[in-house]
Design a protein around this ligand. Structure first.
Ligand SMILES: [Mg+2]
Length: 368
């Protein structure tokens, strides 16, 4: 054993309510009243604490159980500094439980926390460790689904007034999408996340109307999300700019997505795909194929910071950060991480740059 062994790994589920003043928020048919997230705290024997995040949404309990029962036992006592070797070890041991989903989300959280620890030990933010210069990153407001055009308008108005110049909708119905464009005006960049709503034929049929709305890209138009050939065909036959990748579990699957010519923008999700270790590999694959990376970060904790730190170092000129805009009554980093005029400053503390606000953790921790 060399370096500094991992002595504790703790899952910390949070539930933060939405403010009640912008009603109707939902995601894929499920009403939203709160945002659940799963923070993971990793401690080393010399007392350094790193923070990670597993993709949560409606599944924080599953990811927490995968962490406690499968991932953590393989990590405790191992060297915190040899991240790549540990992640390879865990992936090989757990591959029989699937190469994606809650096991991967739990693994992602540990990886992000270990990068946080490595940065803290080096006294450097992760973006600097990866060769970046800590510039402010442009970000887009990623809205919940509101479906009804008047509610979509209200949400769009709110974020435009907040200074965002790019907005993602989680809408697949044309009246909602058109209402957003109408409310936003012609200059705001619109992204439409269809949430895997359509077959290839259905997407082709709606493509002229989507073109008319003018969007930066269309995200996950097809069911199932791993229909890479279908995405490539949609892209070829409609010239709609296509984005996908948040539901891909492995680097090799990303290689297949890219080699299929399926996307204009590739969207690895740090809290799903295996943390910063795997995220860096996807950036390299995308760069070699001249495809832009737009990380997925539909969360607001260490996973978001991982996306910010890595994109600041490795992202192209057009890269933007997904800023989940849920109108919550509190957030993991509070005022320490908040966009101004559609840009977020890359935190310059060591590691991820910021630790979660302990008052938010004690106020919103739930479950165990
Ligand atoms: Mg999405």
């Amino acid at each position: 054993m060399s370096g500094s062994p991992i002595t504790a790994i703790e899952a910390i589920p949070l539930r933060i309510p939405l403010k009640p003043d912008l009603r109707g928020a939902a995601l894929w048919g499920e009403e939203l009243t709160a945002a659940d997230s799963l923070l993971v705290k990793v401690t080393t024997d010399d007392g350094i604490i790193g923070w990670g995040e597993a993709f949560g949404l409606y599944g924080t309990a599953l990811a927490a159980r995968a962490l406690d029962e499968l991932v953590a036992p393989l990590c405790l006592g191992r060297d915190a500094a040899d991240i790549a070797a540990l992640m390879d070890h865990v992936q090989r041991k757990l591959h029989v439980f699937g190469r994606g989903g809650p096991v991967s989300y739990a693994l992602s959280a540990v990886d992000i926390a270990l990068w946080d620890i490595a940065g803290k030990r080096a006294g450097l933010p992760i973006s600097t460790m990866l060769g970046g210069d800590g510039r402010a990153m442009p970000c887009y407001a990623s809205l919940a689904c509101y479906t009804e055009p008047q509610r979509v308008r209200a949400a769009v108005r709110r974020v435009v007034d907040d200074g965002f110049t790019a907005i993602k909708l989680h809408e697949s119905q044309l009246p909602a999408i058109r209402a957003a464009r109408d409310e936003a005006g012609p200059v705001i960049a619109l992204i439409v996340d269809a949430g895997c709503a359509w077959t290839l034929d259905q997407a082709r049929a709606v493509a002229p109307d989507l073109h008319a709305v003018d969007m930066l890209f269309l995200e996950e138009p097809l069911w199932p999300p791993e229909n890479f050939d279908g995405l490539a065909e949609l892209r070829r036959s409609t010239a709609l700019p296509i984005a996908s990748g948040e539901n891909i579990g492995t680097t090799m699957e990303f290689e297949r997505l890219l080699d299929a010519g399926a996307v204009d923008f590739v969207q690895p999700s740090p809290a799903k795909v295996g943390g910063i270790t795997e995220l860096r590999k996807v950036f390299a694959l995308a760069e070699a194929r001249d495809v832009a990376v737009m990380t997925h970060s539909f969360y607001d904790g260490p996973g978001l910071l991982a996306a910010i730190q890595v994109t600041a170092a490795l992202g192209g000129a057009d890269a933007m950060i997904e800023w989940r805009w849920f109108d919550l009554e509190a957030s993991v980093y509070g005022a320490a991480l908040a966009p101004t005029e559609g840009r977020v400053t890359v935190p310059d503390g060591s590691g991820l740059g910021l630790d979660p606000d302990p008052d938010v953790i004690s106020a919103y921790r739930f479950g165990v």
